[in-house]
Ligand binder design. Structure first.
Ligand code: 8YV
Length: 312
């Protein structure tokens, strides 16, 4: 059963090749579940759809939740595990695109390319003269919060820019070539740019709080390609509005798709509508991995990339 919106080609495949149901919204839902709940063994969702314990409880034969996306903070994994329901995601295949997005955001934020583009389009080059000088990216000390697969891909790219890399992670990684710092505040204090690449969920909620932003300071930049929940957005807005942070590049927000008006009013932030993995190639790879998981489950009861097998 499809739950919530999916990539159109995936929804079409589910309908035509798997005869999948689509969970209706609103007042049709109860009648639908009364008729079909017993038939459903697997559901397919994307990151924008929350899978709450009450949906799991309403599907007595559910055994698999197949998620389109690497992050699975939209799913109550503990409630699923307690019911013997496996959960899969789409790791690895989007690392490169999300890392590209992080580096693009970082460069855009420090060099203010989007703002300079607005300046050029508004005719201000001719009217007001040269665009103000910005900040050099190459050689800037970058801190990565969450050195998982995506964080690692970001670090690899930034090494080519001559950027010293430090990181904070729940665990220090013994083979990492990068400098480990014991807390987000210590990391923020050391670096010019803090890139958030930690998974979302209750364990990382507001890991970047006011203290971390103040440690980053008025010359510091924040880039977030992970989840809006990892950053205290009110504290971020306050720091940006009052000049306690130099700028921010954000692909994710606390309450997507809503962006606070204070942020859209600022010229020193770059705002993207959660496009980190949004390329034709990567979304096709994610779609293929979703179907591999579904097929693995339907054929043998085994998900190909269960979240339980991945470092949390
Ligand atoms: C998707 C993501 O946009 O993989 C993730 O965790 O955030 C993105 O790749 C998201 O899953 C929405 O489908």
């Amino acid at each position: 059963m499809q739950v919530g919106p999916l990539k159109p080609s995936l929804a079409e495949t589910l309908r035509t090749d798997y005869q999948a149901y689509t969970l209706p919204n609103g007042n049709q839902r109860d009648a639908f579940l009364a008729d079909h709940a017993d038939d459903i063994t697997a559901i397919v969702v994307s990151g924008v759809t929350r899978v709450e314990p009450d949906l799991l409880a309403a599907l007595p034969n559910l055994k698999a939740v197949v998620n389109f996306g690497v992050g699975y903070d939209n799913i109550d994994v503990d409630a699923a595990a307690a019911r013997g329901i496996g959960v899969s995601n789409t790791p690895d295949v989007l690392d490169d695109c999300v890392a590209d997005t992080a580096v693009g955001l970082l460069i855009d934020t420090m060099r203010r390319f989007s703002a300079a583009d607005r300046y050029a389009r508004a005719g201000r080059w001719a009217a007001d003269g040269s665009y103000p000088l910005t900040q050099q990216v190459s050689g800037s000390h970058v801190g990565i919060l969450g050195l998982g697969r995506i964080g690692g891909a970001i670090a690899t790219r930034l090494r080519a820019f001559g950027c010293p890399i430090s990181y904070h992670n729940r665990r220090q990684l013994p083979d990492s070539p990068y400098r480990y710092l014991g807390s987000p505040v210590e990391l923020a204090r050391e670096v010019r740019v803090l890139v958030v690449a930690a998974a979302g969920g209750s364990g990382t909620r507001h890991l970047v709080d006011r203290a971390v932003l103040d440690a980053l300071g008025p010359d510091g930049y924040l880039v977030n390609i992970a989840r809006g929940s990892v950053v205290d957005q009110d504290a971020l807005v306050d720091a940006l509005v009052h000049g306690r942070l130099a700028g921010a590049g954000l692909d994710v927000f606390a309450d997507e798709p809503n962006i606070p008006s204070e942020l859209t009013a600022l010229d020193n932030v770059v705002l993207l509508p959660h496009v980190g993995s949004g390329t034709v190639q990567t979304r096709a790879a994610m779609e293929a991995l979703v179907l591999q998981n579904l097929d693995g489950f339907l054929r043998s009861g085994r998900l190909v990339t269960p979240v339980a097998d991945q470092p949390s």
